[in-house]
Design a protein around this ligand. Sequence first.
Ligand code: NCD
Length: 342
Amino acid sequence: MMIFEGDHILSVSQFDRDAIGKILTVSAQMTPYAMRQKRCHVLEGAILNNLFFEPSTRTRVSFGSAFNLLGGFVRETVGQENSSLAKGESLFDTARVISGYSDVIAMRHPQMHSVSEFAKGSTVPVINGGDGANEHPTQALLDLFTIQSEMKPHGKTLDGIHITLMGDLKHGRTVHSLSKLLSLYNDVHITMIAPKALQMPDDVLSVLDNAGHKITLTDTVEGNLACDVIYQTRIQQERFASPDEAELYRGHFSLNKEVYQQYCQKHTVIMHPLPRDSRPEANELDNDLNDFENLAIFRQAQNGVLVRMALFALTLGVENKLNQYEKPVTWHSQKSPLATNY
Ligand code: NCD
């Protein structure tokens, strides 16, 4: 069994199925704290440094909220221009210094493998919040948690799942990490819908292939959405050589009510790591689906808090002490119930 305490979380490749099971179980245990039914102060006094050198809403804020929900303090640096990286400091030096001020670090950076590079200089656990087009391990874990939870009412599990990944599969780090994680399950069918130039990279395809999974590669939506889960993605315009090139692909695979009703199954769940690009020329996931019960995107984003709380508890070695550090909630909380079926 993998020991989490003191470990970096850099890639999904470091996990086996048992480790993932552990993360998802601890994530579910975080529900009463995230829902403010109880408080937990097991990380009181601990410091998270959030270093976000690329735009982020969900990942950055949910990492911070997760740490706060366990009683810890959060400090934040946003944008390379606000850090000494802009003065030519190396990732190693920045890591060595910031880790001296922290108990754990979450980091996002535009270059592939930069977070691993940074981790070499850190004396505390580093969690990868996205390194360029490479990986986004915490997103993939919350995606797995969401798939598992959304499929449960339909009597389905991750084993035997049919998932369709759609959009910019070449540059999307979330679909890279998610595909690698799915390779650990049995009998998975993954349909990949993308323009030929934006199909899934070969190294990810070969991981799935080696696991014996069924892979369908296509550039058409018609006839290819009869699956358990559609995972829609945004054209990653920031990863293209020029904005004009990204323009070529925007709006190709819009998912809306009409497309859903024509091609999906009754139970097909819609996921998206968000942000969805809601500009009319893109509109990959139309607002006309907002009231669909099967639209899981906001439940998915909410699950990010649970999974990140679990990762902090595990890397800081407190996952078995949660009950000992509970307190009542003293204010009237307006939070609506989390729709998880884990
Ligand atoms: C994703 C990312 O940053 O890779 N967002 C997220 O973290 N939820 C997806 C995206 O930006 O398209």
